[in-house]
Design a protein around this ligand. Structure first.
Ligand SMILES: [Zn+2]
Length: 69
């Protein structure tokens, strides 16, 4: 996929220019397929969320985050 014009990241609004790296997310709505573009930072966040590698563990409600050194 190649960008022919600038797009805004659908998540944070950062401008994505042709030639820059970006992420593309395919989603569905009642009308059909949608493809949205996200910047590299948001793509990384989204990947971490989908992989379950965000800081919060499922079922862990202690809530204080990572153990501090
Ligand atoms: Zn973004």
């Amino acid at each position: 996929m190649t960008l022919r014009r600038s797009h805004d990241c659908v998540r944070c609004g950062t401008s994505i220019d042709p030639g820059e790296e970006f992420g593309a997310v395919d989603v569905l709505d009642p009308v059909g397929e949608l493809q949205v573009l996200v910047c590299v930072d948001c793509a990384a966040d989204l990947r971490a969320f989908l992989d379950g590698t965000t800081n919060r563990k499922p079922g862990d409600s202690s809530g204080s985050g990572d153990p501090a050194d």
